[in-house]
Design a protein around this ligand. Structure first.
Ligand SMILES: NC(=O)c1ccc[n+]([C@@H]2O[C@H](COP(=O)([O-])OP(=O)(O)OC[C@H]3O[C@@H](n4cnc5c(N)ncnc54)[C@H](O)[C@@H]3O)[C@@H](O)[C@H]2O)c1
Length: 326
């Protein structure tokens, strides 16, 4: 099978590419490298295309035909919540425009299988553990662009023979190897490690939530498990038995408090710095934990790694990179 991975030079994309290649699939990456790093994908073919550009559908369609693409994994997107609040139209043009380009190109090239990176942010403040049938109510433009993306896939699957799966990721962290680690300080794990390395206290936003230790609870899932879920989703689309459009939570079902996360990370970093508690951030729900039953039942996917293993792998990747710096 030949798989086109958009955003393949990114943090999660790099892991998906590695997992596909490890099992023998052919891969072509499309990425504009605006946030990605080509060193993550080694010698995998890379096409530099801005998916939101007006000429993207034509360029992408040509790549699909040239490489004989059978399926697309669409990860490329802008993903920073605060930035999406400041620049909503840009987020719509990037994330919705990017997916539109992918769908137009796929229709042109006859590619009928797509796996889409969605997010738990589509749920907003829903009760948890949250099932896929819970009401969606994103609290910011980032989550809105992902929910609209899901609707685009659903609608296209009703008319155009498309088969698609949206994976709603919870908090992705960790690294399968040092080369693939998360370097973006906008995500909580790299942010906390970066502060510890600089000798600064990790920040905890709010400790007066209605949770056991007062801090927010999130569902952390290892990026290697996330990559495996994409392989399972592709295989399920190829089998052509189930519904043509499906949605799955991609989380572990286990919640961890931010304070507990920071304690483990501080220990791993060999630090004794106490965290600094800041006011709550607007729009942060107290608890976001997946009901991960559907993906286990229907795709046979289960997480292999727990929180300690996730954080240890992230620290190992970070430590390895910093020792190899000039
Ligand atoms: N990291 C998480 O915890 C998390 C959680 C939920 C959902 N997601 C989703 O997973 C996907 C991947 O996230 P990530 O953490 O790997 O992010 P990332 O920023 O590391 O990777 C995104 C990649 O897409 C590329 N890209 C962005 N816009 C593009 C465009 N217009 N044209 C071509 N390439 C473009 C970037 O260069 C980058 O390589 C995103 O869709 C994100 O919304 C991530």
């Amino acid at each position: 099978m030949t798989v086109l991975v958009t955003g393949g030079a990114g943090y999660i994309g790099g892991h998906v590419v590695a997992a596909l290649r490890a099992r023998g699939d052919d891969v072509v990456v499309v990425d504009d490298l605006s946030a990605g790093d080509a060193s993550r994908i080694g010698d995998t073919p890379l096409e530099r295309i801005d998916l939101a550009a007006p000429d993207a559908p034509g360029a992408l369609g040509a790549v699909m035909l040239d490489h004989g693409v059978d399926a697309v994994i669409h990860l490329a997107a802008r993903k920073q919540v605060a930035e999406s609040v400041d620049r909503p139209l840009w987020y719509y043009s990037q994330n919705i425009g990017g997916l539109l380009g992918v769908l137009e190109a796929a229709a042109h090239a006859g590619v009928q299988r797509i796996v889409f990176s969605s997010t738990a942010a589509v749920y907003g403040q829903s009760r948890t553990p949250v099932t896929e049938d819970a009401a969606t109510s994103p609290a910011n433009p980032y989550g809105e662009t992902k929910l609209v993306g899901e609707w685009m896939l659903r609608d296209q699957s009703r008319t155009a023979g498309l088969r698609a799966i949206s994976l709603r990721y919870f908090n992705v962290a960790g690294a399968a190897n040092p080369r693939l680690g998360d370097t973006a300080e906008s995500n909580v794990v790299p942010m906390v490690f970066a502060r510890l390395e600089r000798g600064e206290p990790p920040l905890i936003f709010g400790d007066d939530y209605d949770t056991a230790d007062g801090t927010c609870i999130r569902d952390y899932v290892h990026v290697a498990d996330v990559a495996d879920a994409h392989l399972a989703a592709l295989d399920s689309l190829a089998a052509e038995r189930a519904e043509p459009y499906r949605v799955y939570n991609l989380g572990t079902g286990a919640g961890s408090s931010v304070r507990h996360l920071v304690e483990i990370m501080t220990r791993l970093a060999g630090s004794t710095i106490e965290p600094s508690v800041q006011p709550r951030r607007a729009g942060d729900p107290a608890v976001v934990v997946a009901d991960a039953g559907r993906i286990a039942r229907e795709l046979g996917w289960r997480p292999r790694y727990d929180l300690e293993e996730i954080l240890a792998s992230a620290w190992a990747a970070r430590a390895d990179r910093s020792t190899s710096l000039p």
